[in-house]
Each structure stands twice: as C-alpha cells, then as structure tokens.
Design a protein around this ligand. Structure first.
Ligand SMILES: Cc1ncc(C[n+]2csc(CCOP(=O)(O)OP(=O)(O)O)c2C)c(N)n1
Ligand SMILES: [Mg+2]
Length: 897
C-alpha cells in the first residue's frame, strides 16, 4: 500500500483512527464486522476488491435466505432411515458370512443426507434417452447407494447379501466400490482411489463444455456432481486442478465435500479447521463456496449472539475439539464449549444436556442442505463452479462405540445391542422388532410397494428422470468408421525419405481428423509436448480448444504453423498435466456411454510420463471401460537420447502388461502403426465393440519406412503380435531374431553380418505385441489343462516359432522382461532376450545401444553364443566377434544402475 498514491492523507488518517477506536472500545469482533460490511457495500457499489477467501465459521446461507423446502421432510426422513438401516445391515451381514470381507458403515452414515437430498430433489436421470447428470459417488459410500436401489426394487435381498462377493452368482455380486468394469449397468464412474474421482469429475465437466462448444452434443442440461471426503482433499489430484474449473467457467460442476472432520486414522485437521482451509483454497481458486456447518437448531442461538461470543467460540474451536464433543455428553459440551464464558453459558441455560448433545451439524439438516444445493444450481450462469462444504459426524447415529471414534472408519461389525441402538435412533421400532435382532442375521427392511414412502421416492425419481446410478451404452449419435483411404498411404512406405513412427502417426492423426464423417469424433490430447512430437503442425488446421476463443494475435500469426486457439478447436492442449490429460482421455473415451456419443481420444504423451506417472489413472480408465488410444511417444531407453534417466522409457510396456484392458503394441514401421489404429478403431467402435484401449509406443528415430509386405492376412498377423518380416536366406546355420520398434535396425544389421560372415540364415520377425501373444498363449494353456482329453491346442506363438530351427534372440528398446513374456511358450528352442534393463543415460544412440547391449554386434554375439552352445560353431568364434566389435566384457554393465 505504501507504493500507492495517497491523495488525501488527512482523510486516510480519520478512517484509520476510527478503526483503532472501534478495536479499542468494542473489540476485534466488532471491527471485523464493520470491515465486512464495508467490503460488502464496496462490492455493491462496483468497487472492485480482491475476493476475501475466508468467512466466519457459520453457514454461508443464513436462515432468512433459505428457500422453501418443497419435499415432505417427514417422509424423506423415513426413507433415509430405511436406507441407513439396510446399508448398515448389508455390511454387518457380509462380515458375519465372510469374516474380514470389509465394507464401510460410518462414511455413508455421515453422508446419507447429502445423497438423499440429491436423489430426492436434484440428480437428473436418463429417462427418455437423455444423458442426465453425471454423479461421482464417494467410493466407500457404496452400501448406501445399493441400499437405495434395494428400496427401489432394482436390487433384491440376494443381491445385498452378495455385497463384495463378486465371484459367485455368475459374477453378479455387488462390487465393493463403484466399478463399471464389474457392474456395467449400474456404476458409471469409478471413484474409490482417493483423488481420482474429483479430478475426473472436473474434466468431465470440462469435456461436456468441449462437446457443446464443438456442437457435437447439447450438454447444457447435464450437471456434474462429485462427492468427496475431507480427508480425500489431501490428495494432490483432488485440489490440483481446481483453478482450471474456475478458468473454464465450469458452473456445471458441483463438488460436495463431506467434512466429517475424520479420515481413516483420525482427524483430518485436529489442530485446525478443514472447512475453513478448504473454503480459502476453493475461493482463492475462484470457486463459489457454500458452507453448511450448523443445523437449524443453532439458528436461534446465533440470532441471540448479539455480542459475537458464540461466533468467536465457533471460529476458535479446532476440529479435534469438535470431534471430542461428538463423543462426549451434553454436560461436557456445556462445561467446555459454552461453559468458560458466562455469556455463552447463559445463552444455553434453557437447554437440557440432551438438547445440547442433539444440536446437529448442518450436513445432517435437510433444509440447510436443500438451500445449499439449490444455490449451487442457481449459480449456473455465474461462470463459477461450486464447492459445498458440509459438516457432518462420521458414524452418525451408529451409537457411542462407533460415532465420531477414531477407529470408526474401519468398523464393520455391530453387536445386536449396537444394532438395537441404531434401530432406536432411526425410529424403526415398528419395522424391526427386538426378536428380529436376536436372529443370526439382522433383517433388511423395505417398505411395501403401496406404502407412501415407496410411492414418494419413486415419484421423486420419476420427476427427476429416472433411477440412478445407471450406466447405459445406448448410442445417441452413431459414429461412422473412417474410410480406408485414411490408411492406404502408409502401406506404400516413405521411399528414401527418413521419417519416424511418431511423424507417421501425426500424419495418420491428421488424415483421421480430415475424414469426412469420422473426423469430428477425433479428440487429440497433448500435454504441452506437441512440438516435441511434431504435432504443432496440427494447431492451425485442427485448432486448440479454448472455451473463450483467441483474444490476442499470436506472436507467430504470420507463420504457417501458428498457435491457433478457437472455441470450437479440436485439440485438447492440456498444459503440463499428465493427470489432467488422462482425465480428459477418460472423459472422451467413456463418452460413448456417459453421453451416448462415441468419441475417439488419441492421447499422445512423453512415454516415460505415462504409465509410470499416472498409472493409477490408466487403471481407472480400464475400470471406467474407456476406449481410445494412448500413444507413448519418445519411447525407448536408447532411441530417446541425450535426455537421461528421468526421460528414457524402457519399461512402459512392462507396466502396460499389467493392465488387463490394455492392448499394448510396440510397432517398428508406419504401416504397422496405421494397421493397429485401423483395427483398433474397428475393435472399439465397430459392430461388436470391446471396452479396451490401445497403447502404442512411438519412436523419434528417423529411417525410411518400408512398404507393407504383400501377405494376404498381414493385418491379422500384425494384430496377433508377431509376423515374419523377412524369411531367412538359405545358409548352413539357422537362427531367428525377433525385433520390436526401433530395434529393427540392429536386428537387420546383425542378420546381414551373421549371413555374410558366419553363414547363418536369419529369419527376422516383427514382434508387435508380446502382451497379445502371452495372453493368447495363457488362454490356450488353460484350455488344455482343463480339457485334458480334448485335442491339444497350440498357442499362436508356439505355432509360429517352436517348429523353427536354431536359437531365438529377441531385441527391443525395452526391458528384457518384455520379450521374456513368451519365452516359455517356445520350449524347444533357446530364447535369449536383449533389452534395456537399468536406468537411462544421456548420450548418443550409438553409445547408449552399446551400453545397454542391444546394438547389432551384441545381437550377433548373442546368436553366435547360442550356436556355440548347441555345438554348431566354436566358442572361439564368439570371442573373435566380441573382440572385433570392441566389446569390453568387464565394463559398463549393471542391472541396478
Ligand atoms: C489413493 C488411496 N489411498 C488410500 C485409500 C484408502 N482409504 C479409503 S477411505 C480412506 C479414508 C477416507 O477419508 P475421507 O476422505 O475423509 O472420507 P470419509 O470416509 O471420512 O468420508 C482411505 C485412506 C484409498 N481408497 N485410495
Ligand atoms: Mg472424512
């Protein structure tokens, strides 16, 4: 402030003196009040002032501003009690039947009202073919969602009794958490890995805008709701992208944070206040924040708080203390919360200890919650996303042993005495008798179809567009697959021109985007790496998606490859966030289901920063049944040179091999890339679609791309994972070399030397996917084992290689374990993998390939050594080759460095 001009120092002094006087005479609370009023007035008079990020520890919406509650509170409370009861009972029964099967009681106990307000008044369903709202349920609140579906007759008792038993009953058990992979007609969004739900919800809201702005789908009626734990907010993914939501004006997005002040081990912020901290964080990022802290019974006390002492006590009490009040009796609260200050004690003198204990938190109060959700809805048009911070009690009404206890998160069992207490607290005495509770299994309860409760809840859902959650794959806007012309140029090779598979892919992507019908469905996603992959050439043609268009003339406006942004741009240029990019991949890759509009994401990234960096999100993509293409560019531990160990990827294919729904390919040539993309599109978007996604490595080494071999079913062979690229010339000895990706040049050079110098005729095979070969072989192996008297089948890889002659050497720019995946399926031949185990180094490709022992001389040595072991040549010949190529056996090799 010292640097700003003071045009009237006298006047300034008067204002400051007044403030000093207020602080001195009436205290800080009053001073704070006056300042807040001044800010409010300033805002009303359009005097812009940086937003304050904190407000007092009270509800954002005061009681006089609460809207009329349109529901029947009594009925809704009854319905919620049934749901609460069944949710608890299903966990208890599951753990009686199978000790340790797990499940959670206390999370949903704290959040039942948060969901029920949504179900009864806000969440829009999919009736009539509309996509409705997108709701991300907190993963371990799943029992509550099942319990509601049970009341609605979507699930029966047998279903509830199969909670967490996903194997029996033909795999129709209820999954532990929201898993579309396991319950594809129920769950839409997988959430339970903390932090991924909020992140993917945010990008879903952003993707909805992308679809709208590109005029592909009218998403304006769909809202995205994400239910999040307060402990979950510690995950970097939860809060890491919230500024994007404000920047993109995502007022279609609502985060509901269940602030029960506890996580798994104990308090989230024992010494602080998580709600205040989150308020500041969200507000600072430009969000609309609505706090729901106190239930209605506090309104009267707050109205009488003329001196501000109650407010002060609320502001200064830390969460650890608030948690303590939930487990103590009313007298303790009187003594410790209200007690020390005589004015506060007086304020509650008319209330009994029981009254004090029952002063509820806002997150259990329907009217407060309704007001907050309503405000969030009415916020549409403001451009600001909303975070509703609801204060609740973890394990609410589950009884003294569970409610608010530090161990509450993991309690899965209840004694019959505890169940009786719960029944009493939920006022279910008529529905559940004492006798019922004596039985081995506590009973479920659901109101009959002609009950008012059932009719009410069904009517509410009908009015809101049908039951939820529900996943459908009904296509609203069919996709037309690309024409063959898109792919044919790659069959011809590049002639003398040296290009990389990355360049080939970029050209293919452009062709796909240009395809008349299919083109608009292509979603290129790049995290600030387009220039690295030569994809900046797409900027001008496809344009970068920017919801606000381009408000400036770019520095390179007069160049051919200018930086072009547009509100209907096609490229999602995400900036430096692999997590955000993958969240976009998931939103686009599941659009066939969430929106009924199949979209085809091509997410190209620095291959090191894919599976390794955001592996959990890739796993989530598999759970979400996402379709599309992941492209690990700059792949290979030696092909990407000069970058060093944090950049050089020699293991993404190992990690890819762990993801069941991922088809992983390591192509060497542009025609292979084109074939895999063409066949992949057919598999994922054709007549009988499979919910898988593809991972392709792309290299940045330039070499002339060969023509596609003229073999009848070459496409099928490429897709199966292995094909004969070049047969062996007639020669005295025989060997087989398998290559993948950029290692094909070492393999070819080795084959030449082996033939010319040693009369070894070498078959060269392109191994496009060891993962595909291994999976097929395992299936065959299993078939044979379980059909012992049937005609034995042979895996493809055995069929192709086992009958051949001489040793097999497999070389790639990845770790040895990648080709080793198939070694045992070729039992009659020696199998030697060469690969890039160990950490990367910065150097030239030549030096790196020597270091990792995958260059042509090392391939030659490996073949010769195997031939020597088989007695075909002398060991001296191997030594000669080692020396002639200047290989020093004592230098440079370590698997751990
Ligand atoms: C990435 C990840 N780490 C750990 C867990 C295990 N976990 C499940 S729930 C939970 C505590 C959740 O606390 P909070 O977010 O506050 O939710 P609440 O149950 O209190 O509503 C933890 C640590 C997980 N599911 N995901
Ligand atoms: Mg919590």
């Amino acid at each position: 402030m010292h640097q700003l001009p003071d045009t009237d120092p006298g006047e300034t002094e008067e204002w400051l003196d007044s403030l000093d006087a207020v602080v001195e005479v009436q205290g800080k609370t009053r001073a704070r009040y006056l300042l807040s009023r001044l800010l409010e007035r300033a805002r009303a008079s359009q005097v812009s002032f940086p937003a304050t990020v904190s407000s007092p520890y009270i509800n954002s919406i005061s009681s006089e501003y609460e809207p009329w509650f349109p529901g029947d509170e009594h009925l809704e409370r009854r319905i919620r009690a049934y749901i609460r009861w069944n949710a608890a009972v299903m966990v208890v029964r599951a753990n009686t039947k199978a000790e340790g099967i797990g499940g959670h009681l206390s999370t949903f106990a704290s959040s039942a009202s948060l969901y029920e307000i949504g179900f009864n008044h806000f969440f829009r369903g999919k009736d009539g073919g509309s996509p409705g709202d997108h709701v991300y349920f907190q993963g371990h609140a799943a029992p509550g969602v099942y319990a509601r579906a049970f009341l609605e007759r979507r699930l029966n008792e047998d279903d509830l009794d199969s909670f967490r038993r996903e194997i029996g009953r033909g795999g129709r058990g209820l999954s532990s958490y929201p898993h579309p992979r396991l319950m594809p007609e129920f769950w839409e969004f997988p959430t339970v890995s903390m932090g991924l739900g909020p992140l993917t919800a945010l990008y879903q809201a952003r993707f909805n805008r992308y679809l709208l702005n590109r005029k592909l789908d009218d998403t304006s009626a769909s809202r995205v709701w994400a239910f999040i734990g307060d402990g979950e907010c510690d995950e970097p993914e939860t809060l890491g992208s919230i500024s994007l939501a404000a920047r993109e004006h995502l007022d279609n997005l609502v985060f509901v944070v269940n602030c029960n002040l506890q996580r798994l081990d104990g308090p989230v912020r024992g010494n602080g206040k998580i709600i205040q901290e989150l308020e500041a964080t969200f507000r600072g990022a430009g969000w609309n924040v609505i706090k729901v802290i106190w239930g209605s019974k506090w309104d009267e006390l707050l109205a009488r708080d003329t001196s501000g002492v109650l407010l002060n006590k609320m502001n200064t009490t830390v969460d650890g203390e608030f948690q303590r009040y939930t487990v103590e009796d009313g007298n303790y609260i009187r003594e410790n919360f209200f007690g020390p200050d005589p004015r506060l004690r007086e304020m509650v003198s008319h209330l009994s200890d029981e009254d004090l204990q029952n002063l509820p938190r806002g997150g259990h109060d329907y009217r407060k919650l309704y007001a907050a959700y309503r405000a969030a809805i009415e916020n549409a048009g403001s451009g600001r996303p909303t975070a509703i911070l609801c204060k609740t009690i973890k394990g609410w009404t589950l009884g003294d042993d569970i409610e608010g206890r530090n161990a509450t998160h993991q309690i899965k069992k209840m004694t019959s005495a505890q169940l009786r207490t719960l029944r009493d607290r939920l006022h279910l005495n008529e529905e559940i008798s004492d006798e019922d509770l004596e039985a081995d299994d506590p009973p479920y309860y659901r109101p009959p179809i002609d009950s008012v409760e059932y009719q009410y809840m069904i009517e509410r859902r009908r009015a809101l567009g049908g039951v939820m959650p529900r996943r459908t794959t009904t296509v609203r806007k069919p996709i037309v697959l690309p024409g063959d012309a898109v792919f044919t140029e790659f069959e011809n090779g590049s002639g003398d021109q040296s290009v990389s598979t990355t360049m080939g892919f970029t050209r293919l992507l452009r062709n796909l985007a240009r395809d008349e019908s299919f083109g608009e469905r292509v979603v290129p996603i790049i995290p600030d790496e387009a220039r690295t992959f030569g994809m900046d050439s797409l900027f001008r043609e496809l344009k970068i998606y920017a919801s606000q268009g381009q408000k400036y003339e770019p520095v390179d406006h007069d160049m051919l490859l200018k930086y072009a942004e547009a509100s209907d741009g096609q490229i999602l240029e995400e900036g430096i966030t692999e997590a955000g990019s993958l969240a976009s991949f998931i939103a686009a890759g599941t659009s066939y289901a969430t929106r009924g509009v199949p979209m085809v994401p091509f997410y190209t990234f620095y291959s090191m920063f894919g599976f390794q960096r955001v592996g959990d999100l890739i796993w989530q993509a598999a759970d979400a049944r996402a379709r599309g293409f992941l492209l690990g560019a700059t792949a290979g531990r030696t092909t990407l040179h000069g970058e060093g160990l944090q950049h050089q990827d020699g293991h993404s294919l190992v990690l890819a091999s762990t993801v069941p729904a991922c088809r992983a390919y390591d192509p060497a040539f542009a025609f292979e890339v084109a074939t895999i993309v063409r066949e992949g599109i057919k598999e994922m978007y054709g007549d009988a679609p499979n919910d898988v996604f593809f991972y392709l490595t792309l290299y940045n080494e330039n070499y002339p791309m060969p023509e596609m071999p003229k073999i009848a079913d070459i496409s099928r062979q490429i897709m199966q994972g292995l094909y004969l690229w070049r047969p062996a010339p007639e020669a005295k000895h025989k060997t087989t070399i398998l290559f993948s990706g950029s290692a094909h040049s070492a393999a070819s050079a080795a084959a030449k030397e082996l033939f010319e110098r040693y009369s070894v005729g070498c078959e060269l095979w392109s191994a496009t996917s060891y993962k595909a070969l291994r999976e097929q072989a395992i299936e065959v192996e299993r078939y044979n084992r379980l059909h012992p008297e049937q005609q034995e089948r042979r895996p493809i890889v055995t069929e192709l290689l086992d009958g051949g002659k001489g040793p097999i050497v497999a070389v790639s720019d990845f770790m040895r374990i990648v080709p080793e995946q198939i070694a045992r399926f070729v039992p009659s031949r020696s199998f030697t993998p060469l690969g890039t185990d160990g950490m990367g180094r910065s150097d030239t490709r030549t030096a790196l390939r020597r270091h990792f022992e995958i260059d042509a001389p090392h391939v030659v040595v490996a073949v010769l050594h195997e031939l020597a072991k088989a007695g075909e040549i002398k060991f001296e010949a191997v030594t000669e080759a080692i020396q002639r190529h200047g290989i020093d056996p004592e230098v440079g090799f370590s698997l751990n460095q």
